[in-house]
Design a protein around this ligand. Sequence first.
Ligand SMILES: [Zn+2]
Ligand SMILES: [Zn+2]
Length: 398
Amino acid sequence: MIAQADTDVIERVIELRRAIHRRPELGFEEHETCALVERELDTLGIEHRRLVKTGVAGIVRGALPGRVVGLRADMDALPITERTGLPFASEIAGKMHACGHDAHTAMLLGAARVLAGMRERLHGTVVLIFQPAEEGPGGAEPMIAEGVLDDPAVEAIAMLHVDPRIAPGQIGITPGPVNASADELFITVRGKGGHGAYPHTSVDAIPAASAIVLGLQNIAARETDPLKSVVVTIGTISGGYRNNVIADEVQMTGTLRAHEPEIRDALEARVRRVVDGIAAAYQATAEVRIVKGYPPVVNDPLLAEGFAAYMHEHSRLDVERLPPTMGGEDFAYFAQRVPGLHIRLGIRSEAAGSTHSGHSPQFRIDEAALPVGVQTLVAFARAAGDGSLPIPASRHQV
Ligand SMILES: [Zn+2]
Ligand SMILES: [Zn+2]
């Protein structure tokens, strides 16, 4: 049976979480948070190094042979003004830990404390990855580029994310896709302006753009397997001058989301074909620009099933099989390189007021979830480290 963390570990995690919560920092500005992480690792006698300005990697080397296991926490906050009224609410206007990354960092430090305390009995090596800028522009990719997974070579990796759909004591494990890719779409439709009373002398960009908006819906409705997830959303549309002028240009922006890499990769060509084809049919021209965001997070199915079974057997936690969401997460890059597992941690509680979704100014977590998170991270590190969990061969997609 995997034991719950000791009271002193839990108290320290709560203290650290509140300290981080008070002083939220945005992506690549996590100087105070990073310094707090380094001080704590120093106290625990854990070696560490800086990566990508405000990223930290700590290494706990077990005395017994085993695998190299990564645990990742994100550290950044959001540009939101907190409205929770909590005694340890953000002291900085316009910045807030509204996605739970304060808890993620504190729980990883709690797991570090437990693992450092059992070095003599620990199989393998644990790499503790404290990552900046998950909310953007993305800290995972540059940390990997600087070698966080290479020295020592990480063989499997896990992360926790707080989730208000489930309660403390519950964790969610989703084999396969768990988060979506999120790419940005920009379309400009160009026609030829003119007098609203003489449309035949112009090329009207507005009907062309309207047809394009409707045509794009066909990608989800008719071109994609109905059992797969895809979203094509046009979020903004603007163009024209006044009621009696034919618009020469319309601009649109949108988001493209998918769970499976193949579907995401096919989206760009589909969007271009629909946009160019419809524009041509209306005698207009169109320009499409797609800015790639994070890829989908795909949990390794073997690792997910294996860890769910392991926790069923070795803990009293309620392991839920949660459906994926269309949100994004740059843990995707870690999971592309080595078998990865995004684990959802229940925080929902009416009594604690933790029912708001992430990115809300009222977002709260029930701190009863913190020991569960520490226990889960430690369990993953131990089970993957000593070979209790089957670890598939690394994928190392470059
Ligand atoms: Zn977030
Ligand atoms: Zn988040």
